[in-house]
Structures are given as C-alpha cells and as structure tokens.
Design a protein around this ligand. Structure first.
Ligand code: DPM
Length: 408
C-alpha cells in the first residue's frame, strides 16, 4: 500500500494501474458547436478498473483511490505482426513493471487474460463476482431477426478465438469464421458499418460492461459454445508481499466465483493449455457442490472431448458469500491455487476446487486431450493463420500471425 505523503498518518492513496483509455470520441452531431459536447467512450480495460475502484471506495470510504493509466506496448503497435513481437504479455508488461517497481499498488484484469502461472511475487488478491460468463452473438443490423442456426450458408462470423471457432464450426459447418481485430468499440464499428461480417461472437461480460446489452441477439449455452476459463470474472492483482493491500482487497472477493475459477484454472494449468488453446468450461456452483464441465476441441472442430465432474463443497458458514476476513488473518499462499490468494477458513474450499480441476484434466488427458491439444499447438506454431480460424488446420498458406488484439 502506498501513501501520498510517504507515511500512513495522512490520507492514504491506493494507486490502481490501468491500460490507457482509447478515448475514442462519439460525435453526437456533425456541427462545430456540438462536436465540443462529445462524450469519450472508455475502453473496456478502463471501465473494468472503474468498477473495481468504485467497489474498493465503497468498502473503504476513508481511503483514496487513484487510477494511473498507461499505454501498453500492445496498444502502441496494433499493426505489427505478432510473430515479430513474440510476446504474450503485450498488453500487461508495462503494468507488471509498474506494479513491481511500486508505481502502482494494484492492477485490474479480466481473469481470462491472466496466465495460470503469475510472475514471481505477484498474486490475485481478489476475484470479484462473475458477470454472465456466456458468449453471445451480436448480429449485423441487417440480420437482427436471425440466429446462428438461421443465417444463410456462408455467412461470416467474426471471432479471433480458436475456442469459439472450433466449437461453432462443429455445430454450424455452413458458417465461415474470420478473425476480427481491435478493441470492442472497433469490432462493433467493423460489424455495424461494414459488410464483412454477418455477426460477432463476444463475451457477454465485456458487452454488458460496455453498456451494449440491448445489442445481444443470442446467448450461447454450453451445448453450443462453452466459455473460456475465467471468463466474466475480474481479478485484482497485487504484490504478494504487500500484505496491507492483500487485506484491503479481501471484501471484493466473491466465494462462489473464486472456487469456480480456481477449478477452471487448475484444469487449464494441468492441461497445459494457454489462453489461445481450444479449451472451454462450464461451471456451476450450488450451495454445497461444485460442478465442472471441461472440453477440448481440434481446431477445425472435428474432434471433441468433454467430461463433467463434481466435488462437494461443505460450507462452514453458509449464510456468508464473502471472503472478508479480519485483516490480520489474511494469509497468502500462491502456489496451490493458480495465483489466487488463499484466506484462512477458505483454504478447504479452494483446495477442493483445485483438486476438481486437476482431476478433470487428468481424466481428459487420459481420454486423449493431450493428443488433441498437441496437434492444435503444432498447427498454431506452424504459423497457421490463427487469426483466420475458418481455414482448415492443414492448409497453411504461409500467412503471418497478426497481433491478437486483446480487448480488455
Ligand atoms: C482471451 C480470448 C479473447 C480475449 C480467447 C477466448 C477473445 C478474443 C476474440 C483469452 N481474451 O475467449 O477464447 O474474441 O477475438 C477478452 C474479452 C474479455 C476479456 C473480450 C471477449 C471480456 C470478458 C471478460 C479477449 N478478454 O472475449 O469478447 O472479462 O471475461
């Protein structure tokens, strides 16, 4: 935790690092006077940072929270091929450095963008309550009455996610899947103002946080498209040794979300899938049980492997859904729970959830997931156009991979 005046006697300020807003301006009317009344459209990253800042402010009214924005490497070089940069932390590196050098105290992420192994000395201090984790369809204005099942043959669906493309190709072989790049604002503009895409597939959570709920045509259920590990949950990252900040984040933690994502991340970690692997999940938490369905697909969707497992979750205090613990009880333990801070009293649930993910992964591996994932990895590494998931995996055309623009 940082203090504005170097000690803790005055007003303490917690500094929150965020990717800079795209600050794309929505022009309300084309006249000169009205152009001055434009409203900035915040990026998803900054909206998410505001959500966490507001929750922290509510939990700690006496503290000050300051958002420090920075442009990340990935934001600056959107047109350079990924193969020339070769970095997965394109959008987070500057933030990681700022955290390490103590220029900021916390950083807000979409959990699905955080690797299952965090950099040394870093922890997820809180996983906030999950938004709707499903994927959704946003239709072109010309096709508002359609669904994926009724779109004409050959309709082009925009997504750069191999997970979405693989599952949907299997279900809708007559649709064509093409990469769509840019942040959420750019993608929506490409859909609505262009003639390239008939529809986009996006995460409901991002769409809702942008305030575009009324643009959603269809929610995809698990028989059609299972979601990504961690999708819909926000994670707050901090330094492992910064125990006062770890304690401060405690009220933001949401128990059901935390156990669900620990199971999902343990599955992903054991499968050794990265965030671009065709791996998906569907998780249900009931009062006393955690249910995890996991799946892996070949890139063209021809192979599918799914399995569901569950574990009992015995609640010592079923009336409370909060991770809040007295400050001095906050205990940090990173290794077993894929980066998520463990808190005394909840360790039991976290370990049950973690075991569930590991066991499901082991089951899938023994049923052939390793072969499917290895083949997918080789096809990706062979520099196949992963930004064009519609091409069959064997038809390498030598096209360079482009920057996978992360929306958050
Ligand atoms: C990751 C993927 C995508 C993002 C891959 C996947 C989607 C890329 C694309 C790991 N990160 O989901 O299979 O569609 O081209 C991202 C989004 C959000 C976080 C946007 C989205 C918002 C939702 C959330 C990009 N990261 O998926 O529509 O907070 O979970």
């Amino acid at each position: 935790m940082a203090s504005s005046n170097g000690n803790h006697t005055g007003a303490t300020t917690i500094r929150i690092g965020s990717r800079e807003s795209e600050m794309q301006y929505t022009v309300i009317a084309p006249t000169q006077e009205q152009v001055s009344s434009v409203s900035p459209t915040l990026s998803l990253a900054l909206k998410q940072t505001h959500i966490v800042r507001d929750a922290l402010q509510k939990a700690h009214p006496h503290l000050k929270f300051e958002i420090i924005t920075m442009k990340t490497h990935g934001d600056k070089i959107l047109n350079v091929a990924l193969s020339k940069i070769g970095s997965k932390s394109l959008f987070t590196k500057e933030l990681e450095i700022a955290l390490e050098e103590k220029h900021v105290d916390i950083v807000v992420h979409s959990l699905k963008d955080l690797p299952t192994t965090l950099p040394e000395g870093r922890v997820i201090g809180a996983v906030c309550e999950r938004e709707d984790p499903r994927d959704v369809v946003i239709m072109h204005p010309k096709h508002l009455e359609a669904s994926l099942a009724t779109l004409p043959k050959g309709s082009v669906i925009g997504t750069s996610s191999v997970r979405r493309a693989a599952q949907l190709k299997r279900k809708f072989p007559d649709l064509v899947f093409e990469s769509v790049r840019g942040n959420l604002n750019t993608r929506l503009r490409k859909l609505e103002e262009g003639d390239t895409y008939h529809a986009l597939i996006l995460a409901a959570a991002g769409v809702m946080r942008m305030g575009w709920e009324d643009k959603i045509s269809q929610y995809l259920e698990e028989d059609t498209c299972m979601y990504a590990v961690g999708q819909g949950a926000l994670a707050v990252e901090c330094r492992e040794d910064d125990s006062s900040t770890v304690a401060l984040l405690s009220p933001l933690g949401h128990l059901n979300t935390t156990v669900a994502v620990i199971a999902e991340r343990a599955l992903m970690c054991t499968l050794e899938g990265g965030c671009s692997a065709p791996v998906a999940v569907h998780t249900k938490v009931t009062e006393d049980q955690l249910n995890l369905q996991g799946g892996v697909w070949s890139l063209d969707g021809s192979e599918e492997l799914r399995h569901t497992m569950s574990t009992p979750l015995a609640e010592p205090d079923s009336s409370s859904d909060s991770l809040e613990q007295p400050v001095k009880m906050a205990k940090v333990s990173t290794t077993p729970y894929t980066g998520v801070v463990s808190r005394q009293g909840l360790d039991h649930f976290m370990s049950q959830a973690h075991n569930l993910g590991v066991n499901l992964a082991k089951h899938l591996l023994s049923a052939g997931a390793d072969r499917i994932l290895q083949a997918a990895k080789e096809q990706n590494n062979a520099n196949l156009p992963s930004n064009n998931p519609n091409l069959p995996p064997s038809s390498s055309n030598g096209q360079k991979k482009e920057v996978e623009v992360n929306d958050s």
